[in-house]
Design a protein around this ligand. Structure first.
Ligand code: FMN
Ligand code: COI
Length: 358
């Protein structure tokens, strides 16, 4: 197996058709944001403590009541079948092998129930807010019945941003890959794009409800008992509102550089958000998590856990379920080592004093 996550990236780039690679790897606008979260994490150095008993490091934790083997989950990503024909089933099997949390995208290419049948770890379901609310409520009911443990509403995508690679490639979903869980009547335009258009962006323009506000969140809150997570929050102001509206966790995220160009890099936004919520809801950081040390840095900045995105798709493209399992194992092995060498025997031992800025 490969030794770092970047080895899987190389393999995935070699294996995948160019337009698919560009869809997975690409960003919005000038693509300036593809690197900013990485740069923000790289600016942080770790401040280790010595002579701490680390003979029995405990990386385990819990998110919204679900025990996890490490403060690590899989970010929601659409259409895993683009990377491997087994799609989300392969991802769920790999995540389940270690009990890792998998967030299933609203636009998963396998059925929610099929994914639940093979998953050994906790599952959350991510939603975009559609103009037609019934298909969304239908999905929520199905997720509740299938044992999903939380809903993740993505709030940084009232529309899908201009992504130049997809536009250049006229990106549309290949035949045979589709959103397996959403009423086909709502999945307009995903399989054909005129030159100079992205089918994904056009679909979102036709079907996403860009008029929703905090009031609608209250409407959603009333319709499900599942914990509610907002993904894509980047300011203390919105974090405060989220707490007031009864949100249980936030994913501090700039959507992997795929939405607002020139947004605050998520690691830079995290401390003000952690200060604002002061433990009233749990916090997850996503974007550019590529090494176990990034998990440690996120915890020091105030996160309870991180989500990893593209590396999971690299693992899928490399070797399906085995590749995803290897990506997760690599991150956990690296985190375990960082814990020992940082003098942090458990996840509570990470504080802001554990990092310095270069
Ligand atoms: C191919 C792809 C598809 C994605 N699909 C979704 C999605 O359906 N819903 C969502 O909330 N975020 C989606 N995201 C964003 C991820 O959840 C996550 O925020 C981002 O990928 C994290 O950055 P990383 O890839 O650098 O780890 C997607 C990202 C990628 C790369
Ligand atoms: C199908 C898209 C709406 C998902 C995606 O590409 C994204 O959220 O970045």
């Amino acid at each position: 197996m490969e030794s770092t996550l970047y080895d899987y990236e190389t393999a995935a780039r070699e294996r995948l058709p160019r337009p698919v690679w560009d869809f997975l790897a690409g960003g919005s606008g000038t693509e300036s944001m593809l690197n900013t979260s990485r740069e923000a994490l790289d600016r942080l150095t770790l401040r280790p403590r010595c002579l701490v008993d680390v003979s029995d490091c405990r990386p385990d934790t819990s998110l919204l009541g679900s025990p996890l083997p490490a403060p690590l989950g899989i970010a929601p990503m659409a259409y895993h079948q683009l990377a491997h024909s087994d799609g989300e089933l392969a991802t769920a099997r790999a995540a389940g092998a270690s009990g890792t949390l998998l967030t299933v995208s609203m636009f998963a290419s396998r059925a929610l129930e099929e994914i639940a049948a093979v998953a050994g770890g906790p599952l959350w379901l991510q939603l975009y807010w559609l103009r037609r609310r019934e298909p969304m409520l239908d999905l929520i009911r199905r997720a509740e019945r299938a044992g999903y443990r939380a809903l993740v509403l993505t709030v940084d995508a009232p529309r899908i941003a201009h992504r130049p690679r997809d536009v250049r490639n006229g990106f549309a979903l290949p035949a045979g890959i589709r959103a397996a869980n959403v009423d086909p009547a709502v999945m307009t335009a995903t399989h054909s794009a005129a030159a100079g258009q992205s089918a994904i962006a056009r679909h979102a323009r036709e079907q996403f409800d860009s008029s929703i506000t905090w009031k609608d969140l209250a409407w959603l809150r009333e319709r499900t008992e599942l914990p509610l997570v907002l993904k894509g929050v980047l300011t203390a102001e919105d974090a405060e509102l989220a707490v007031q509206y009864g949100v249980d966790a936030l994913v501090v995220s700039n959507h992997g550089g795929r939405q607002l160009d020139f947004a605050t890099p998520a690691p830079d936004a995290l401390p003000e958000i952690a200060d604002a919520v002061a433990g009233r809801c749990q916090l997850i950081l996503d974007g550019a998590i590529r090494h176990g040390a990034d998990i440690a840095k996120a915890l020091c900045l105030g996160a309870d856990a991180v989500f990893v995105g593209r590396p999971v798709l690299w693992g899928l493209a490399h070797s399906g379920s085995d590749g995803v399992a290897a990506v997760l194992r690599t991150l956990m092995r690296e985190f375990d080592e960082v814990m020992a060498l940082m003098g942090a025997p458990d996840v509570q031992a990470f504080h802001r004093s554990g990092i310095a800025r270069k």
